[in-house]
Design a protein around this ligand. Structure first.
Ligand code: HEC
Length: 265
């Protein structure tokens, strides 16, 4: 009888230790073993988190990984804060397999030069804001453009150096009449798609940075012409161009108000 009792005690101790052991302790990468974990771990996968649990699953670890791992954004995804431009990809404008890269570049360049809707979206509201934009633009210009286009924007950077430099293609002179009158579309096109020997700079500058550089180039042009660069827009100014204000002051006040109301109905 005594033997039987000690056998029982021994069995109980063994069972208890087995139970305790089965709830293994978590350590490092190991989450530990659990007793009946079916509700403890969600079998649904969570995006970007690998919470695969071998005891509670509908597929292999590989299946789970495939579902949960980060994916590429859907085509056409637009980063927050950026307006999409229809000119993102040169390839979108290809109409024939025979079209060379240079022809495609030229075609899109002409489209962007003619597109009057392309205007610098960064519009400073105060002199301080403008100063900040020009400072940033200057830093970016120095890093990305100056070696070729020169400190003054005259196309004579150290790499070209009047044709004595290592770079044989003559960079554009932003202070020439041609570029003083060039629309924003021509500048942003060169940055996005390159031009001739000049490479695209989309991988070097974010969309905002590209426009800051263009503000800075405009300020270099102003230095050349001696006119103060002042793109500051007052938040309370209604007409955005001379033409609009002329049209408004010429119109008959009565009919204008009437027209306006009609338009809103
Ligand atoms: C490695 C030299 C190099 C760098 C760096 C460079 N460019 Fe150019 N860029 C050129 C050359 C060369 C041309 C002339 C290409 C042609 O007319 O075929 C040019 C032309 C241009 C044009 C005129 C495009 C047109 O439509 O005629 C613009 C605008 C321009 N670059 C802007 C920039 C800006 C902005 C940067 C910096 C973000 C920059 N470039 C960086 C070499 C460079």
């Amino acid at each position: 009888m005594k033997n039987l009792t000690s056998l029982y005690s021994f069995a109980v101790v063994c069972l208890a230790s087995l139970l305790l052991w089965s709830c293994g302790r978590a350590d490092g990468e190991f989450t530990g073993s659990e007793y009946m974990p079916d509700m403890g771990h969600s079998i649904a996968y969570e995006a970007n988190v690998n919470s695969y649990y071998y005891n509670n699953t509908w597929g292999s670890e590989e299946d789970y990984h495939q579902m949960a791992h980060p994916r590429k954004p859907v085509n056409g995804t637009v980063a927050r804060g950026f307006l999409p431009s229809k000119y993102q990809k040169l390839g979108d404008f290809r109409t024939s397999d025979k079209e060379t890269h240079a022809q495609l570049q030229e075609k899109v360049r002409n489209m962007m030069i003619k597109d009057s809707e392309i205007v610098n979206p960064i519009r400073p509201n105060s002199a301080d804001e403008l100063k900040d934009i020009l400072n940033k633009g200057a830093g970016l210009y120095l890093v990305a453009c100056q070696v070729c286009h020169g400190e003054k924007g005259d196309g004579n950077g150290v790499l070209y150096n009047d044709g004595k430099g290592k770079y044989e293609a003559k960079p554009a002179n932003f202070t020439s009449d041609l570029f003083l009158n060039a629309p924003d579309g021509q500048f942003i096109n060169a940055i996005m798609h390159g031009k001739g020997k000049m490479q695209s700079h989309v991988d070097k500058l974010s969309p905002d940075e590209r426009w800051m550089v263009i503000h800075y180039i405009r300020s270099l042009q102003s230095k050349k012409t001696g006119v103060e660069y002042n793109p500051v827009v007052s938040v309370n100014t209604a007409p955005s161009s001379m033409e609009e204000s002329v049209v408004e002051s010429e119109g008959d006040e009565h009919s204008e108000v009437h027209d306006g109301q009609d338009g809103h109905e």
